[in-house]
Each structure stands twice: as structure tokens, then as C-alpha cells.
Design a protein around this ligand. Structure first.
Ligand SMILES: Nc1nc2c(ncn2[C@@H]2O[C@H](COP(=O)(O)OP(=O)(O)OP(=O)(O)O)[C@@H](O)[C@H]2O)c(=O)[nH]1
Length: 433
């Protein structure tokens, strides 16, 4: 702005000077003309050399004046041109700076746009996860929360009778006896400590206790970044092992991971065929042998394929026959040995799949598997089809094995990482605490 003010002020000054000088020249011209006509007269009347010389001098002076004026004008216009050039130069420099800044400005704009897009993508994803969890837990919530609300509405003060009825509601929702007793003990202690008198306030306190139990168990990620990973999936027939493997493969592939599947449940031909369907669905290579072949040999070939493809994750299906614990133990041990020997650099996880509809039975399955293998995490399937979702709390509390994923439907993207706070919020129909 200052530059333009300076520029126009100078321009005005130049213009004024020019006007003033032109007037002066015109006045001079007039007087010269007058002098010329007098001289002419004199020339005509008295022919004398002196006036002629004067006239010549006057003419010369006039010429000089005009020339001088022109020079001044030329100088002024040169000054004006300089100013114009200076302006142009400054403008050019400014435009260069703008051009230099342009890519940075564009980059910033693109970055902001990308970030906004990512946030926009992330937000519905988060919302989608919670709404799926929320609708998946409908039966459990109706069963559990409905019973809790009924109890709390029926009392004006917190007394022993209220505690007993709450205890019953928790047991009916499959929290398990031990976990329920433990929860009630914590509830009584908090009521005393916080001097709670209103029955309606117990709901919040219960949600807090459940969130606390679910988050108490350290939950590590299923796979380690920058390392090859092997996941052995165990569990009894029909719990949703194959489906879970397909869903996991799909999720890892969405995260741009290279995945290989191995059909090490060779006990039934149908298990291999079913895994092939999920491998096709998630577009993942499947290593398989004939029905009845050695499961450890399938794992061996799976490792070979994973190494050749520089895979991030190898997921092995296994047969879960609890009827013969000795065989099951031998089979799992042999697979473990092969992995240790052939793939020592890999991170190994044993994931047990449990069917939530079996409620407390799921808990006893984990107990048996824990006798034959080290179990690192739990996948609880079919939470959408059961009123017994409270079993999750019992499993977390009594087994000290973290729930890593939950199944909330039959579709490929109906498996989600277990989020304890979101689970408790969906159970109590509230916000995450
Ligand atoms: N609603 C619902 N159904 C599920 C879920 N997970 C698996 N299923 C269904 O449970 C049934 C059994 O699943 P599979 O994956 O075949 O179970 P499996 O443990 O591999 O069983 P076998 O192959 O017999 O050993 C199938 O009909 C699945 O669609 C889930 O999270 N929700």
C-alpha cells in the first residue's frame, strides 16, 4: 500500500511540474513573439544590424528554452519510467514470491483437505463400529439393562433386598456367579465410600465397575508391526473359527498386510472347503493338504509360503477336538515346535474362538484349552445373537485372558477389535466413560 501511495504522489508531482513548466514556456513564447514582431517592425522601418542580432539572439534563446524544456521533460519522463520500472520490478518480485509460495500454499491446502478427508472417513468408521456393537448387543442389553432398571425402579432406598435383586439380574445375564459376587462386593464398597443413597445412581457405578474389569486385563495387539506373525486359531467345532479367520484376513488385507492362510484343520474335508470359501472371499492364498493329513505338515508348508511371499501374517486353522485331550495337546505342541524351528523370527499368537451364545460354557472351554496350550487372546463370536453377552465380563474377570475381538454378525466386516469402554457404554445405553 505504502508503495502505491508513493508512486501516485510522485506521479502527481511530476504532472504539476510539467504543467507549471509548460505555462512558463508558453509565456516566454508569447513575449518572444511580441519581441519578434517589434523587431520585425523595427527591421522593416529601420534596417539596422543591431536589432536583427537581438532578434536572432531572442530566437536562439527561444530555441534554447524549448530545447531545455524538452530535456527537462525527457528527464522527468525518464524519472517516471524509472519509477514505473521500479514498480514493475517490485511487482515482479512480489509475484515471484507469490509463485514460490504457491506450491507450499497448495501443499498445505492439499494436506488440510487430506486430513479432513481422513477425519471424515475415520468418523463414520468409528460411528459404524459403535452402532454395530450397539445393535449387536441389543438382546444382551434388553435382558440385562431391562432387569437392572426394573430392580432400581422398585426401590426408594439402597438396602440389602435391592442388592440381592441386582445380584440375581447379573447372574441371569450370564456374568457368572463368581464375577457377580465380586461385582456386588465392589458396588457395596463404592456406595459406602461415596455415600450414595439414590438407587438410580447405582447404574452409573455398575457401568464403572464393568469398565474397570474389562480394562484390567492387559490387551496387546494381535500382530506385531515389522515382524512376520503366525496366528494359531483354536476352538471347538461350530464356534465360528473359519468365519473369524476369513474376517481377520479381510481386515489385515484392508490394512495392506500380506496374508497367507493354512488349513491345518485336516480332520474334516468340510473344514478345508469352508476355509477355501473364506480365502476366496478375502482374496487370500490358502495352503491346504488332503483330509486326514498331518496338520503340522500344513503349518510347515504355510510357513514356506509365507516366507516366499514375505508375508506379514500367517493364519492357521486348527481342529478343536476336546474329546481327546492327549491328541489335541500333541497336535498343538507339534505345530508349535514347527513354528519355533522354521520361523523363529515370527511373533506367535494362540487365539481361542468362543461362541457367546454358550454363555458360561465358553468359560469352561477356555479352561480346557489352557491346560494344553498357552492362550494369548479370545475372540468372542455371535454376540449379536445372544442375551448372554454378560459372559464377556465373567471371562475377562476369571480367566485373565484378554478378549481381543468380538463377532457381531456373519458378514466379512462383522468382526471388531474389543473396546471395553465402548462395550460397557453399549451395554448401559450411555456414552463411553
Ligand atoms: N450371527 C453370527 N454368526 C456367526 C458369527 N461368527 C460365525 N457365525 C456363524 O457361525 C456358524 C459357524 O461358523 P464357522 O466359522 O463355520 O465355525 P467353525 O468353528 O469354523 O466350525 P467348524 O468348521 O464346524 O469347525 C456359521 O453359520 C457362521 O456364519 C458371528 O459373529 N455372528
Amino acid at each position: 500500500m505504502a508503495f502505491f501511495k508513493k508512486f501516485f504522489k510522485k506521479k502527481e508531482e511530476v504532472h504539476k511540474t510539467k504543467e507549471h513548466d509548460t505555462k512558463q514556456v508558453e509565456a516566454k513564447e508569447e513575449s518572444l513573439q511580441e519581441e519578434t514582431s517589434i523587431a520585425e517592425e523595427e527591421k522593416q522601418n529601420i534596417i539596422l544590424s543591431e536589432p536583427i542580432m537581438e532578434l536572432q539572439e531572442a530566437e536562439q534563446e527561444k530555441e534554447y528554452q524549448v530545447e531545455h524544456q524538452e530535456v527537462e521533460h525527457v528527464e522527468e519522463s525518464a524519472e517516471f519510467n524509472d519509477l514505473v520500472e521500479e514498480t514493475a520490478h517490485e511487482l515482479e518480485e512480489q509475484s515471484e514470491t507469490v509463485t514460490e509460495l504457491q506450491p507450499a500454499v497448495e501443499e498445505t491446502a492439499i494436506n488440510e483437505e487430506t486430513q479432513a478427508e481422513e477425519v471424515m472417513k475415520e468418523e463414520p468408521k468409528k460411528k459404524g463400529l459403535f452402532s454395530k456393537l450397539f445393535s449387536g448387543l441389543t438382546k444382551t442389553r434388553d435382558n440385562f439393562l431391562g432387569a437392572v432398571d426394573d430392580v432400581l425402579r422398585g426401590f426408594k432406598k439402597i438396602d440389602e433386598e435391592l442388592y440381592e435383586e441386582l445380584e440375581e439380574a447379573l447372574i441371569m445375564a450370564d456374568f457368572g456367579v463368581d464375577t457377580t459376587l465380586n461385582m456386588m462386593e465392589r458396588l457395596r464398597a463404592l456406595v459406602k465410600e461415596r455415600k450414595i443413597t439414590e438407587p438410580s445412581e447405582l447404574k452409573n457405578t455398575l457401568q464403572e465397575i464393568i469398565t474397570d474389569i474389562l480394562t484390567a486385563q492387559e490387551n496387546t495387539p494381535l500382530i506385531v508391526e515389522g515382524k512376520p506373525n503366525v496366528i494359531l486359531v483354536i476352538g471347538v467345532n461350530g464356534v465360528g473359527k473359519t468365519t473369524t479367520i476369513g474376517k481377520l484376513a479381510h481386515q489385515f488385507k484392508e490394512q495392506n498386510k500380506n496374508v497367507v492362510l493354512a488349513a491345518a484343520d485336516t480332520f474334516r474335508a468340510a473344514a478345508i472347503e469352508q476355509l477355501q470359501i473364506w480365502a476366496d472371499r478375502s482374496q487370500t492364498p490358502l495352503i491346504k493338504h488332503e483330509e486326514g493329513s498331518d496338520p503340522a505338515a500344513v503349518v510347515f508348508d504355510g510357513i514356506k509360503a509365507a516366507k516366499a511371499r514375505k508375508s506379514d501374517v500367517l493364519i492357521c486353522d486348527t481342529a478343536g477336538r476336546l474329546q481327546n485331550k492327549t491328541n489335541l495337546m500333541k497336535e498343538l505342541e507339534k505345530m508349535g515346535r514347527i513354528i519355533e524351528r522354521e520361523y523363529p523370527e515370527a511373533h506367535k499368537e494362540v487365539l481361542i474362538v468362543l461362541d457367546a451364545t454358550t454363555g458360561q460354557n465358553a468359560l469352561s472351554q477356555v479352561k480346557v484349552f489352557k491346560e494344553v496350550a498357552k492362550v494369548d487372546g479370545i475372540v468372542l463370536t455371535k454376540l449379536d445373537g445372544t442375551a448372554k453377552g454378560g459372559a464377556v465380563v465373567g471371562i475377562c474377570e476369571s480367566l485373565k485372558v484378554p478378549v481381543k475381538y468380538i463377532g457381531v454378525g456373519e458378514k466379512i466386516d462383522d468382526l471388531q477389535p474389543f473396546d471395553p469402554e465402548a462395550f460397557a457404554a453399549a451395554l448401559f445405553n450411555t456414552e463411553k466413560k
